[in-house]
Design a protein around this ligand. Structure first.
Ligand SMILES: NC(=O)c1ccc[n+]([C@@H]2O[C@H](COP(=O)([O-])OP(=O)(O)OC[C@H]3O[C@@H](n4cnc5c(N)ncnc54)[C@H](OP(=O)(O)O)[C@@H]3O)[C@@H](O)[C@H]2O)c1
Length: 167
C-alpha cells in the first residue's frame, strides 16, 4: 500500500525466503532479513535517505533499528509488538530519538476504525482483483492444530496470514 501511494517501501522479515517474497511478489523496493548478521547495516543501505513512515508490527530490536533511521517529523503507527508477547520486557535503546527527531508515535487498533471498513474493503478488494496488492495465507487444518499454529506465529513458522480451517 505504501508503494501504491508512491513511497519507497522497505520491508523487514525473518529469513531469505520471506525477504525474496516481499521484494519479488509483494513489490517492495527492498527487504531486510533481521535474522542476518549485521542486518542494521543492510537497513542503512536500504534507507539511504532515512525513513519517513513506519508501520510497526514487531517492537524490540526491529523497532529500535527503525527508530535510529527515522527522519525528522517521521510518523510511526504502532500496530503490534510481537517481540514482547512472551512477557519479557522489550526496552527501547534510544527513546530520546522520539524527542530529537520530533517523531509522531501513535498506537493503532483496527477495530476502532469500523466506520471506514466498507471503504477500505472496497479499495483493498479492487487492488487485489487488479493484482496490485498481493496476499498469502498459511492454513492449519482443524481446531486441534490451532494452538500449534498460534505458537508458530512467535517463531515465524507462518508464511502469510495464519488461518485455522475448522470445517
Ligand atoms: N493493532 C491491531 O488492531 C492489530 C490487529 C491484529 C494484529 N495486530 C498485531 O499485528 C502484528 C502482526 O500480526 P499478524 O497476525 O499479521 O501476524 P503475522 O505477521 O502473520 O505473524 C507474526 C510474524 O511476526 C514475526 N515475529 C514473531 N516473533 C518475532 C520477534 N520476536 N521479532 C520479530 N518478528 C517476530 C514472525 O515473522 P518472521 O518470520 O519475519 O520473524 C511471524 O511470522 C502482531 O504484533 C499482532 O499482535 C494488531
Amino acid at each position: 500500500m505504501a508503494k501504491l501511494s508512491g513511497a519507497r517501501a522497505v520491508g523487514i522479515a525473518g529469513g531469505e525466503d520471506k525477504c525474496r517474497y516481499v521484494v519479488e511478489t509483494l513489490g517492495f523496493d527492498a527487504c531486510i532479513d533481521y535474522k542476518a548478521a549485521d542486518w542494521y547495516q543492510d537497513l542503512q543501505r536500504a534507507t539511504p535517505d532515512g525513513v519517513d513512515g513506519c508501520f510497526e508490527n514487531v517492537g524490540g530490536v526491529v523497532l529500535d533499528a527503525t527508530l535510529a533511521r527515522m527522519n525528522p517529523f517521521g510518523r510511526i503507527a504502532l500496530c503490534g509488538m510481537i517481540a514482547g508477547y512472551n512477557g519479557e520486557p522489550a526496552p527501547l535503546k534510544h527513546p530520546a530519538l522520539i524527542v530529537t527527531q520530533r517523531l509522531c508515535v501513535q498506537g493503532f487498533i483496527v477495530s476502532e476504525h469500523l466506520d471506514v471498513w466498507p471503504q477500505a474493503l472496497r479499495e483493498l478488494g479492487e487492488w487485489v482483483a487488479a493484482q496490485r496488492l498481493h496476499y498469502r495465507e498459511s492454513i492449519a487444518e482443524g481446531l486441534d492444530s490451532a494452538v500449534d499454529a498460534f505458537i508458530g506465529l512467535f517463531k515465524g513458522r507462518n508464511f502469510g496470514k495464519q488461518l485455522v480451517k475448522l470445517v
